[in-house]
Design a protein around this ligand. Structure first.
Ligand SMILES: Cc1cc2nc3c(=O)[nH]c(=O)nc-3n(C[C@H](O)[C@H](O)[C@H](O)COP(=O)(O)O)c2cc1C
Length: 179
């Protein structure tokens, strides 16, 4: 039986890569369900993610999705693993602080399954001591991180903060699920 992945997509310039990531995860036999932060919709549309996953994308915690409610609980319960890719500095900070102000952060808070973050952001944001403290704190709590790599950043610089190669993300998901 294929495992269920809850893929959280956030408002990073790398959000378009979630589209290819869905294809790679599905090729491995995983069933993928997407959940979006509010700002992710600036970068990629629910329609795109819905078409690629063949599953309804819930992007509004208060909309009636026509399925078992509340949606953040059913999404969390359905998933064998939650993957947030790309993960913004914002979502990392919110989850570290226990904030649950949208469907994505609520579903992650409601999950007792493994959660993995694949951060993507500007190099200065990634080096920011508050972001680093949030990552350290979440790692101590058992959350997984698929570290970003050095590469070309949207701001035009080369630096650390480029989303990890998608194949690495898929490999890490497999390893976490095998544990
Ligand atoms: C063009 C553009 C690109 C952005 N890219 C990133 C990014 O790669 N990583 C990041 O942490 N924030 C990025 N941001 C800032 C986030 O979009 C912002 O913090 C947003 O509130 C994140 O919301 P979310 O975490 O709920 O998705 C970007 C903003 C803009 C306008």
């Amino acid at each position: 039986m294929g495992k269920n992945i809850l893929l959280g997509v956030t408002g990073s310039i790398a959000a378009f890569k979630a589209c290819d990531l869905i294809g790679l995860l599905r090729k491995k036999g995983y069933s993928v369900r997407c959940v979006m932060s509010r700002d992710a919709k600036w970068f990629v549309t629910p329609l795109t993610l819905e078409t690629l996953t063949q599953k309804k994308v819930i992007d509004d915690m208060f909309a009636l999705p026509g399925e078992r409610n509340p949606a953040h609980i059913s999404l969390a319960d359905e998933a064998d693993l939650a993957l947030i890719a790309p993960a913004t500095a914002d979502v990392i900070g919110k989850i570290a602080a226990g904030i649950c102000d949208d469907i994505l952060t609520c579903a992650i808070c409601a999950s007792d399954r493994p959660v993995a973050f694949a951060p993507a952001m500007n190099d200065t944001m990634f080096k920011n001591p508050i972001v680093q403290d949030n990552i350290k704190y979440l790692k101590e709590k058992g959350y997984h991180f698929i570290d970003p790599v050095e590469g070309h950043l949207a701001c035009g610089r080369e630096g650390m903060g480029h989303l990890a190669p998608l194949e690495n993300i898929v490999d890490e998901v497999g390893k976490i699920l095998e544990k």
